[in-house]
Structure formats: C-alpha cells, structure tokens
Design a protein around this ligand. Structure first.
Ligand SMILES: Cc1cc2nc3c(=O)[nH]c(=O)nc-3n(C[C@H](O)[C@H](O)[C@H](O)COP(=O)(O)OP(=O)(O)OC[C@H]3O[C@@H](n4cnc5c(N)ncnc54)[C@H](O)[C@@H]3O)c2cc1C
Length: 218
C-alpha cells in the first residue's frame, strides 16, 4: 500500500466469466473467478502465496439442495446445516468440466506465454478420478446460501412466505433477506437482497398507506 506495488494493488477478482462448460448453453452454470495473484486456503500445504494467477470455478445452480433443520426443541440450540455439496452427481460432473475449462483458459494465448507451471493441484492431476478427488477435497462454499424461508404459491407446502414477503400463518411478520429466494440465482446474491429490501419498503409503506386510508374513512 505504501509503494503501490504487490498484491494489494489488485481489487481481487479482476475478471469473471459466466458460462456453461458442458454444452455452452445460454444459461450459465459456472462462474469463473480469476485473481491475478496466488492465493490459497490455509489447508493447502507446501505451496507459498506469490506471483501468479488463481482461477476458481463456482457451481452456480447445484442440483443438490441442502437443509437447515432444528436440532431439538430448545430455541437456543444451533440449527443443523447440511450443505449437501456434490449431493447430486451432475454437480461434480459440471465442477470437473469447469476445472478443465479453467485449464484451457490458462493454456490459451496469451496466458500460456506467461505461465511457467501449474503449482496447484499440479499438471500431473489429469484423470477424471484425480480431478474429482481434488475437487472433493478442496470444495468450498461460495457463501450464497438462499431459500431457507422461501416465497411461493399457496399450494407449495414448503413456501414459508407469500408473494408480499409475509410469513404464512403469522400476523404482521415479513422476511426480507436471502432466505426468501425460491431458487438460487445464477450469480452473486447481495444485489438481489438489496433489491428485495427496496421492494419490501414499498410493500410496507403501501400497506401503511392503505391502513391510514381505511382509518380516515372510518
Ligand atoms: C465471505 C462472504 C463473501 C461474500 N461475497 C459476496 C460478493 O462478493 N458478492 C455478493 O453479491 N455476495 C457476496 N456474499 C453473499 C452476501 O453477503 C449475502 O448473500 C447477503 O449478505 C445476504 O444478505 P442477508 O440480509 O440475507 O443476510 P446477512 O447479510 O447475513 O444479514 C443478516 C444480519 O442479521 C444479523 N443478525 C443475525 N442474527 C441476529 C439476531 N438474532 N438479532 C439481530 N440481528 C441478527 C446479522 O448480524 C446480519 O447483520 C458473500 C458472503 C460471504 C459470507
């Protein structure tokens, strides 16, 4: 920061690609992050951070869905969170395809002229089995959990919220956060939460105005 050189001169993820690595369909299934430095998680041994490039692929719409359930009847107990990562075989297949696509990007001009070696997991990791083992060992969350309290139709038994964010069966309670999403979106979640919050303020203000109008008429 003092000399305006080194890793802190980057904003982090400088480039990002949204695509489908299997059939290049119009709907992206992978978000690929490219960071112009080597950054590794604490559980990666024998490799030092340094100059280089890190490419991560994030599965956007996993077919497996996790669960958040109550541990017991005590309101102070922490809930059980089961992420179900790779709980559906297609999720691993697409993750493998994303991994192989990242290698194709690195091997393409002009990147290949700048890259001396693949330091992690290493160029010798090539078989589907070896790459799958690597993915299973290193997989992390993208920090985009949604839908634990989802909005939906009256007929949907798992829909907690009505279309105006009210909790079914409870008076004067709305939920305004990422948990309201019926499905996970193909991208980062923060902007959607802000949009939902904006919409919620309109809904709440409109309902207050309606209440006030009624009061005047009475
Ligand atoms: C490490 C990380 C990186 C991320 N990076 C990105 C990114 O780059 N781009 C992007 O779009 N999204 C990103 N996300 C996801 C994004 O931050 C979330 O989707 C979004 O913040 C969810 O908003 P929310 O309002 O549902 O929950 P939160 O933002 O988690 O807000 C919940 C709030 O409730 C408060 N709270 C909890 N319990 C109580 C209680 N009992 N009483 C009172 N208050 C309570 C918490 O303190 C918190 O302020 C990232 C998330 C993480 C964790």
């Amino acid at each position: 920061m003092l000399f305006k050189t080194g890793p802190v001169t980057t904003t982090g993820v400088e480039t990002c690609a949204f695509f489908d690595p299997l059939d290049f369909a119009a709907t992206p299934t992978i978000q690929m992050f490219c960071v112009p430095t080597v950054y590794l998680d604490r559980d990666v041994m024998g490799t030092d951070p340094g100059q280089g490039v890190t490419v991560n692929s994030l599965l956007l719409r996993p077919k497996a869905t996790g669960q958040v359930t109550l541990r017991d009847a005590n309101a102070n107990s922490l809930p059980r969170v089961d992420t179900q990562i790779f709980g559906h075989p297609d999720d691993l297949a697409r993750t493998l395809a994303g991994f192989r696509f990242a290698r194709r990007v690195i091997a393409a001009a002009p990147m290949e002229s700048m890259v001396q070696q693949e330091i992690f997991p290493g160029a010798d990791v090539t078989s589907d089995q070896a790459i799958a083992d690597h993915c299973k060992r290193m997989v992390k969350t993208g920090y985009h959990p949604v839908g634990t309290c989802r909005m939906g139709h009256d007929e949907d038994p798992l829909a907690v919220l009505t279309s105006d964010l009210r909790v079914r069966g409870v008076q004067q309670l709305r939920v305004v956060d990422a948990s309201m999403m019926p499905n996970i979106i193909s991208g980062n979640t923060n902007a959607i939460v802000m949009a939902v919050a904006h919409r919620a303020t309109e809904l709440i203000l409109n309902s207050l105005v309606a209440v006030k109008k009624d009061a005047v008429y009475e």
